[in-house]
Design a protein around this ligand. Structure first.
Ligand code: PMP
Length: 334
């Protein structure tokens, strides 16, 4: 029994994969982060960032939470802000799916739309506009998930000890996709302090984090797309490259195929970043033995992406249902 919805953030189960792991020696478990109160792993960071800001005095009565994000961090902040009585302003690119904007508003956030596809230097870029709004709003506090140390700290304090205890210290490999890097760096660092755990980041093939050229990819919420005209492209402070032993790169086609298999064979309807991470974990698991225990983070549910990764029409239109090399139905207009 929870006395507050905030207590329903964290303490998510580990669920073993059974069919997609056939032929692999290690046990592979997903950390079911979609079961957090707001529906994603980012609830942990949102709560921790708000609590840290309260402790430091940066956020207090009458304060206003501000962040630039198109995704789950905004939901987490809106949820926490609503419960704790803070106004919450979320800046999102106007390319964001209507359902996501509606969800933010439903949680009581004020949504400010800004054009998508801007360079990092553009003053209207979500990050820059959110900073200006925080500066110009009395009581304004910018959450800054890419630089705020409370984001990885949330995972040091909660995600890592949960995984260690749930596996009885048997975990030997930790796998997560990289957005801000908070999940991977925070959990990975704290697990390594407890035992010899291999830490593996997973990145979309063309994302700049894993060595790609930063060109666009279809999986949302992870990796780093680099606008071709962007000059200054700072590495997020929360993505500590020293923690990861390696970064595995996964192409969109593999992500989409994995998302489908997870839903159909494991009964796990998950988002694209989960599918990317699981695909990376399966690749790593192929080189591991029967005593290994792999834990891979599944950040959110597939419900938010039913019209994308889990929709045959969408997959077919983009060629993801065809065999590699096939041009089959790509030209069919609809
Ligand atoms: N998956 C999803 C669905 C997310 O929303 C995020 C956060 N952008 C991530 C993965 C990456 O998490 P982190 O920011 O901790 O690296």
């Amino acid at each position: 029994m929870h006395e507050s919805v905030l207590d329903a953030i964290g303490a998510t189960p580990l669920i073993r994969l059974r069919r997609v792991t056939e032929g692999l020696a290690p046990r592979v478990y997903v950390k079911a982060e979609w079961q957090n109160a707001g529906g994603s792993v980012k609830d942990r960071a949102a709560l921790a960032m708000v609590r840290a800001a309260e402790r430091s005095g940066a956020l207090g009565p009458g304060g206003v939470i501000v962040e630039g994000t198109s995704g789950n961090t905004g939901i987490g902040l809106a949820l926490v802000g609503g419960v704790l009585g803070y106004r919450t302003i979320i800046v999102v690119p106007d390319t964001t799916a209507a359902e996501k904007v509606a969800a933010l508003r439903a949680y009581g956030a004020e949504v400010v739309l800004t054009p998508g596809g801007l360079t990092r230097e553009d003053p209207r870029h979500v990050t820059n506009l959110a900073a200006r709004i925080a500066d110009g709003t009395p009581g304004g506090w910018l959450a800054d998930q890419y630089g705020n140390p409370a984001n990885p700290q949330a995972h040091r304090d909660t995600t890592a000890p949960e995984i260690w205890e749930q596996t009885g210290g048997a975990v030997t490999c930790f796998v997560a996709a990289i957005g801000t890097g908070g999940t991977l760096s925070g959990t990975g660092a704290a697990l390594k302090e407890r035992g010899p755990v291999r830490v593996v980041g997973v990145d979309p093939l063309t994302s700049a984090y894993g060595g790609g050229d930063g060109s666009p990819y279809y999986v949302e919420a992870i990796g780093h797309y680099r606008h071709p005209d962007t000059v200054d492209d700072p590495w997020p402070a929360n993505w500590d490259r020293a923690v990861a032993d390696e970064v595995v790169r996964v192409d969109d086609r593999t992500t989409m195929a994995t998302a489908r298999r997870l839903a159909r064979e494991e009964g796990l309807l998950l988002g694209g970043s989960s599918a990317t991470a699981v695909a990376g974990a399966l690749r790593v698991a192929a080189d591991l033995g029967p005593d290994d225990v792999v834990v891979v983070v599944a950040p959110d549910s597939g419900r938010a992406y039913l019209s994308k990764y889990h929709d045959d029409g969408w997959l077919r239109r983009l060629g993801f249902l065809e065999e590699p090399g096939s041009v089959g139905e790509l030209d069919v207009a609809d």
